[in-house]
Design a protein around this ligand. Structure first.
Ligand code: IPE
Ligand code: IPE
Ligand code: MG
Ligand code: MG
Length: 321
């Protein structure tokens, strides 16, 4: 498959194999379900988690069949979280396409998300490496806990930055951390740790930038429904920083955030958060994570693979989709 990210062009043939692994793992002889899965054929994302596995693997040597299967399993878990997340957030566009619950209804979307989770676990369990299976299931526990925690924290204007960081670590960075770690599955413990830390920092930066992109006014470019954080009362870093900078206007901004009723309200809040420097501050925090990600690359051998990993970290903050 082709990728929209230039620096990942060299991974195109590996991505195609990852797609094949996913298709094989999800396949069924039952025509009705097979038909449903076939309709997801063009449902490709940026393949960031497979890219982390594969680039770390290349940095340490060769990409093996295990790496490709692990990359497929991580992308399947990621896809499951998106199918469910879009229902929760009532997002109607994802990867430039109508979301699963819009196309097939919520009942099918719940089951489809479950189907992706269980087949990812099955794929990894068949590899018969207990610690890898345990890491994958444990990380999925963390992702689900993070999504739950985020739901429970909705509309809490006092949400602290420390808890925000714990939430985004759980819902997003933990899976990226695991991608780095599993890319180094054949490496030394120190290399695994460096790759995991790289993945964790990339994941933190990635979610902070995603939280900034939620303020974009160009859903076509981003490829998904935007402003869902504002509409659902979700306190993300740009909002937390803007509230802090609002001074005497904090209560007023808080009332606006909790009273969003239409697209006009969303536009006013968007403008206010930008004026208060919330986005600029959040992007500075994301850049700091990218710097930490690059520092941790010092624990991996120098070379082309490592250079690509540094470029990928930079892409995470410069991206517009
Ligand atoms: C979206 O992830 C969900 C978040 C963790 C912010 P991606 O932006 O990696 O989604 P795809 O896979 O490219 O569609
Ligand atoms: C979702 O975060 C992260 C997941 C683990 C699914 P978001 O809700 O910010 O992701 P988008 O913006 O819908 O892609
Ligand atoms: Mg969402
Ligand atoms: Mg988002």
């Amino acid at each position: 498959m082709t990728t929209k990210i230039d620096i990942l062009a060299g991974l195109a043939s590996h991505f195609a194999t990852v797609e094949d692994e996913m298709a094989r793992a999800l396949a069924t002889d039952e025509p009705r379900v097979a038909e449903l899965l076939a309709q997801l054929g063009g449902f490709h994302g940026k393949m960031l988690r497979p890219a982390l596995v594969l680039l770390v693997a290349q940095t340490l040597g060769e990409v093996s069949g295990d790496h490709l299967r692990l990359a497929a399993a991580l992308e399947m878990i990621h896809t499951a979280t998106l199918i469910h997340d879009d229902m929760i957030d009532e997002g109607d566009t994802r990867r430039g396409m109508p979301t699963a619950h819009v196309r097939h209804g919520t009942a099918v979307a719940v089951l489809l998300g479950d189907y992706f989770y269980t087949h990812a676990f099955d794929l990894v369990a068949r590899m018969d490496r207990t610690w890898v299976t345990t890491r994958l299931t444990g990380t999925t526990n963390v992702v689900c806990r993070g999504e739950l925690q985020q739901m429970c924290a909705r509309r809490d204007l006092d949400l602290g930055e420390d808890e925000y960081e714990r939430i985004i670590h759980a819902k997003t960075a933990a899976l990226c951390e695991l991608a780095g770690e599993l890319g180094a599955v054949a490496g030394t413990p120190a290399q695994r740790q460096a790759a995991a830390e790289y993945g964790r920092c990339c994941g933190m930066a990635f979610q902070i930038v995603d939280d900034c992109l939620d303020f974009s006014t160009d859903p076509e470019k981003v490829g998904k429904t935007l402003a869902t954080d504002i509409e659902r009362g979700r306190l993300t870093l740009p909002i937390i920083r803007a509230l802090r900078r609002a001074g005497a206007g904090r209560d007023e901004l808080g009332r606006q955030l909790l009273g969003v009723a239409n697209s006009n309200d969303v536009a006013l809040i968007r403008k206010r958060i930008v004026e208060l420097g919330g986005i600029a501050e959040a992007l500075t925090a994301a850049r700091a994570y990218v710097a930490r990600a690059k520092t941790s690359l010092g624990g991996l051998p120098a070379g082309d693979g490592r250079n690509r990993l540094a470029e990928l970290a930079d892409f995470i903050v410069s991206r517009e989709f």
